[in-house]
Design a protein around this ligand. Structure first.
Ligand SMILES: Nc1ncnc2c1ncn2[C@@H]1O[C@H](COP(=O)(O)OP(=O)(O)OP(=O)(O)O)[C@@H](O)[C@H]1O
Ligand SMILES: [Mg+2]
Length: 245
């Protein structure tokens, strides 16, 4: 579904991504792991079109999407959440998700003016699926941090993606809130059939949800494979897992 090949990105001469390679098979949860500053968020920004690559290729559903605008990539079926919460705090929970539902219909053209009923139905469906229905009329600023992170994922799901990118969805969360995100990832993957690409520092979460892991170290992919192979990989242990115990 997604292939990244020999991707490179420098910031003012600093090579943040020097050789990233990744493949996400349809229907799988794939985790990108690596120490702080390894380039995980930069890689996500390149994949979603929020940053332009210097060289290399990104293919999504057999199309070259390298350096396309974010809205064009979203239209092709990719949505993401950010490491720092990115929601409209002045809107209600319902309105936040509704903006994504409407935007997706507008991009689809054929439903240039979707009926209000359809938009409401789809929005409520997303809120229910992510466990936010009871908060639908609440202002976002009144939500807990954990609920705001879930809302950000709900906004991404509102654009009906086939591939969902989650950049540290549990950053700053309690263990209870983290478990909620684990359950949500499993629900979206198993029940909704979404392919998911995630970055996380929480190794328990990674080994619980991921069918495949890619290890990024100083901007370079040093390993990619099944969780048990990554766990036993000597270069990974030296570069990363060793550091975190
Ligand atoms: N816009 C930018 N301009 C200059 N340098 C940047 C920029 N964005 C990221 N970097 C640098 O690129 C490197 C990779 O950063 P990135 O945020 O991708 O790492 P990360 O793996 O997501 O780290 P973390 O685990 O802390 O989120 C870092 O050294 C960072 O300082
Ligand atoms: Mg990051």
């Amino acid at each position: 579904m997604l292939q990244v090949e020999r991707l490179k990105k420098a910031f003012d001469g600093f090579q943040a991504i020097s050789d990233a390679n990744l493949s996400v098979p349809q229907g799988e949860v794939v985790a990108v792991i690596g120490p702080n500053g390894a380039g995980k968020s930069t890689l996500f920004n390149l994949i979603s079109g929020h940053l332009q690559a210097d060289s290399g290729h990104i293919r999504f559903l057999n199309e070259d999407i390298t350096n396309l605008a974010p809205y064009k990539i979203c239209h092709k079926g990719m949505a993401r959440s950010f490491q720092l919460i990115n929601i409209f705090t002045s809107l209600t929970v319902f309105e936040n998700v509704q903006t994504a539902v409407i935007a997706k219909h507008r991009l689809d053209q054929k439903f240039f003016k979707p009926s209000k009923r359809l938009v409401v139905e789809e929005t409520l469906d997303v809120l229910e699926s992510l466990g936010l229905l009871e908060y639908k009329d609440r202002s976002c600023s009144s939500l807990s941090y954990g609920d705001q992170k879930v809302l950000e994922i709900a906004i991404a799901v509102g654009s009906k993606p086939t591939l969902l990118l989650l950049d540290e969805p549990t950053a700053g969360m309690s263990s209870e809130e983290t478990q909620r995100i684990v359950n949500l990832i499993k629900h979206l993957s198993r029940e909704k059939g979404l392919s998911i690409l995630i970055t996380e520092h929480d190794m328990d979460l990674v080994f619980d949800v991921a069918q495949k892991i890619m290890v990024l170290h100083q901007g370079k992919t040093i390993a990619q494979g099944l969780p048990q192979d990554i766990r036993n990989d000597k270069s990974v242990q030296n570069a990363y897992l060793g550091e975190t115990g």
